[in-house]
Design a protein around this ligand. Sequence first.
Ligand code: SAM
Ligand code: DTB
Ligand code: SF4
Length: 336
Amino acid sequence: MTDTILRHDWGLDEIEALLDLPFNDLVFRAQSIHRANFDPNQVQMSSLLSIKTGACAEDCGYCSQSAKNTTGLEAEKLMPLEEVVEAAGAAKEKGASRFCMGAAWRNPTDKNLQRVIEMVEAVHGLGMETCLTLGMLTQSQAERLRNAGLDYYNHNLDTSPEFYGNVITTRTFDDRLETLAHVRDAGISVCSGGILGMGESRRDRASMLRELSNLPRHPESVPINMLVKIEGTPLFDAEAIDPLEFVRTIAVTRMLMLNSYVRLSAGRTEMSDEMQALCFLAGANSIFYGERLLTTDNPEADRDKSLLDRLGIKTEQVIETEVKAAKVPCNKVQAG
Ligand code: SAM
Ligand code: DTB
Ligand code: SF4
């Protein structure tokens, strides 16, 4: 890791000036920072599973799972433990190193949390890292999850504080910051990012990145999603983001949060191979892997394998296998 000091005092104009740089300068600078901190030819892969689908009490304007949106999605109860373990085993088999379980809750009840804890323990037992996204958490719930061995908790800021009210009204931006503080204080690694392409401005994107990078500690993982447009949601008609603007935002995310994993998240089915390659060049080093996100499609695993092969990019699991075969210690495999 480079000894460049991690900053937590970014100004909005400063971040916007980075987003405004000539594209080649921006990507060159982001890639230089990236390779000073990470192996530039390695990506981390997480697989997702919706363990409780639909009928959510929140009104997130992008989401298929809100009870307020008429998307035709069939609601499902919390999945039985055995089905979750089976899905995690299959994801591991295909090459994922982390298994993320998502529930369409405003927040988990203590009773539901206990069932989820059993899932975390079982997935850990398979030798995978675990991640959960269950909505808002209290401090004591975060501590219960930490005691169960949870590695990551995903809770996105989604957008800037200024644009936030256009997207969600049933919980505030500050509610989100509070959950992130509970997760951090409990000692769980933080996964937090947002969605681009909801009609926000470049300044909003800068503002969201300022909020993330000025947290007391940077999230270890920063998912940048491109809006998946879902019929029946208020944001179905949002104007699509220019792909190069998306790449710019990835580059600035990398420049601000030097040693965080930047995940090229939802929306990849709509991205060309070339756009994804530019995102990796700009510093993205993690993806969701497997045919399904939560309720929508992700690229086929074979298509991703072939893209990564064409780019000469390796995944942690491939590298671990090679290291074991060569029987040498590996200091290149990074958790995070
Ligand atoms: N209910 C929990 C919550 O909202 O924190 C967890 C699940 S929620 C689906 C997790 C995240 O997925 C959201 O915060 C949002 O950033 C992302 N997401 C949901 N629907 C999306 C969509 N249509 N396009 C892109 N990202 C989306
Ligand atoms: C994140 O930032 N993106 C993932 C994960 N965290 C939970 C979810 C994407 C959901 C895309 C829409 C869907 O499949 O419902
Ligand atoms: Fe519910 Fe999460 Fe969807 Fe919002 S994003 S409606 S909280 S599942």
